[in-house]
Design a protein around this ligand. Structure first.
Ligand code: XMP
Length: 533
């Protein structure tokens, strides 16, 4: 996500309406589990609209939203602890099919008279679960399967209320069905990929048990968005900030499809972009789509203001402020603009707490936000507010954006400034750009780019000794970083094949003047961060 695409304080355009009123929908009551968002993503992969909502959303509001099913997520608390999150007890009387996952199962059990207590030991990790394949929840899955367990509590009298439909060697009710209500519970997490058939189990719940038809698909979504953009915008003009990243590109492509020449795009070239990025934006939106594209070439301004600055937070501040100034100036050249489009995504909305139905902003206090301030005076339009990143990428593909752009790794708003450690000069940026381009090119050639969520080069402020021919050199060091991650909050370093590392290193030291050493970063997050600054 880039600075332009992040949620801004002005993005609370929620009016209490039920969006997508005619769609089958599943609600996930979020009890703070780390993988709660994954539940919503997995359900949406079944072409079913799934929304995350506050754990204590009133049963009356839930009724208004007309869900075909409710999923209670896992969570870190214990249901018997004072102050632990509980749903409105009326939720259990709605007669809507319900699936409780882990903590969610314990809540269901407790609300219906079960006794929850700490287990003998915490169960965490992989287990083999034997399931009853005649139960609709386990249609088309094998009887024995690998599941991911993570729980400390257990329901003592579960068997009085629920029939067991799955067990592990230590957990007799790893999966359970209520004796009379349309209610299911799983002690394991179907939403994580470690659970072998988790996707199928969730599919069974939403399709077979809740009866969702699965019409939430990208083409119809695009059509709906286009209709609603046209209705809202009328004959007025929309400005869209382009960053080169996927979110703002999809917003622009969508708006262009909806309102054509009423769209004006602003692209601020801050001189801190990757190799070829500015040209690509100009080509894609200017030459190809023929959008009214305004390029603000502010490279010199940024370089001048950043000269001599080495502190990363200072760099961020300067860049953030300049970006707004330049954007504002450029926007003045589009006097009839009424709307400002932003690439706010569903996770931003969830995490910013901007939607009163949505879960509270509990987990993510993150610096990956920025964006444009409300005082620019435009009305905000955020056509991606209902979508997850993977859906946005699929939209991008369907809108005809090139694969390379749609699947591009995220790039921080301050760009190469936070990857050029120490002082920023055009010469150093040039070295970094070349090395970064080699890394990305080789990852693409090895078909690994899409297996990695973020990869980049970092120019270190250290010179080391090397030898070239008969001469000693004293030149720069480049660090390569590649990580795999689900949500960028935690990340693992990518186990890059040694041959590939060798190839990249050789290409860099042979072809980039000024670099005589390449190192590979093998730190995970935590304790490290993804970026170096
Ligand atoms: P860290 O380094 O915190 O990065 O592990 C997590 C994600 O956030 C991105 N990042 C930023 N994005 N402005 C941004 O727009 C920033 O200042 C910034 N710093 C880090 C980083 O690229 C990664 O995807």
């Amino acid at each position: 996500m880039t600075a332009q695409s992040a949620a801004s304080p002005a993005s609370t355009a929620y009016r209490g309406e039920v969006t997508f009123a005619d769609q089958d929908r599943i609600l996930v009551l979020d009890f703070g589990g780390q993988t709660a968002q994954l539940i919503a993503r997995r359900v949406r992969e079944q072409n079913v609209l799934c929304q995350m909502v506050r754990f204590d959303l009133s049963a009356a509001r839930i009724k208004e939203l007309k869900p075909k099913g409710i999923i209670l997520s896992g969570g870190p608390a214990s249901v018997y602890e004072a102050g632990s999150p509980h749903p409105d007890p009326e939720v259990f009387k709605l007669g809507i099919p319900t699936l409780g996952i882990c903590y969610g199962l314990q809540l269901c059990a407790q609300a219906l008279g079960g006794v929850v207590a700490p287990g003998d030991k915490r169960e965490f990790g992989l287990a083999t679960c034997e399931v009853d394949t005649t139960n609709p929840l386990f249609k088309d899955v094998p009887q024995s399967q690998r599941v991911w367990m993570s729980h400390g509590d257990q329901v003592l009298n579960l068997s009085e209320l629920f029939d067991s439909i799955g067990h592990t060697s230590t957990c007799p009710h790893a999966a359970a069905q209520h004796k009379t209500l349309p209610m299911y519970g799983l002690q394991f997490h179907p939403e994580v990929t470690h659970t072998q058939f988790g996707g199928q189990i969730l599919k069974n719940f939403v399709r077979n048990i809740c009866g969702c038809t699965g019409t939430w698909n990208i083409e119809t979504l695009i059509e709906r968005e286009i209709t609603s953009i046209r209705a809202r915008v009328g004959k007025r003009r929309v400005i869209c900030g382009l960053s080169g990243g996927v979110d703002s590109s999809v917003v622009a492509a969508l708006l262009f499809r909806a309102i054509g020449s009423q769209l004006s795009c602003i692209f601020v070239n801050n001189g801190l972009l990757r190799k070829g990025e500015a040209e690509e934006v100009s080509y894609e939106f200017g030459d190809h789509f023929k959008v009214d594209l305004h390029v603000a070439d502010a490279r010199e301004l940024f370089l001048t203001e950043l000269a001599g600055v080495t502190d990363p937070q200072k760099k961020r501040k300067i860049i953030g402020k300049l970006f707004i100034d330049v954007f504002k100036d450029e926007a003045k050249s589009i006097p009839d603009a009424h709307f400002l489009a932003q690439g706010t995504l569903y996770p931003d909305v969830i995490e910013s707490g901007a939607n009163p139905d949505g879960p509270a902003a509990t987990i993510k206090a993150h610096h990956n936000v920025g964006g444009l301030p409300a005082e620019l005076g435009f009305e905000l339009i955020e056509p991606l507010r209902d979508f997850f990143k993977d859906e946005v990428r699929r939209m991008g593909e369907a809108l005809g954006l090139p694969e390379q752009l749609v699947w591009r790794h995220p790039f921080p708003g301050p760009g190469l400034a936070v990857r050029c450690l120490g002082e920023i000069t055009e010469e150093r940026l040039q070295v970094l750009r070349e090395c970064d381009a080699i890394l990305i090119e080789e990852l693409r050639a090895a078909n690994l780019y899409r297996e990695i969520q973020q990869a980049f080069a970092v120019l270190l402020p250290v010179q080391t000794v090397g030898v070239m021919g008969d001469a000693r050199t004293y030149e720069s060091t480049i660090a390569l970083r590649a990580v795999t991650t689900d949500d960028f909050m935690t990340a693992d370093w990518f186990r890059m094949p040694h041959d590939l590392l060798q190839k990249i290193s050789t290409r860099i030291t042979n072809s980039v003047r000024g670099v005589n050493r390449v190192v590979y970063d093998i730190s995970s997050k935590p304790p490290s961060t993804i970026e170096w600054e």
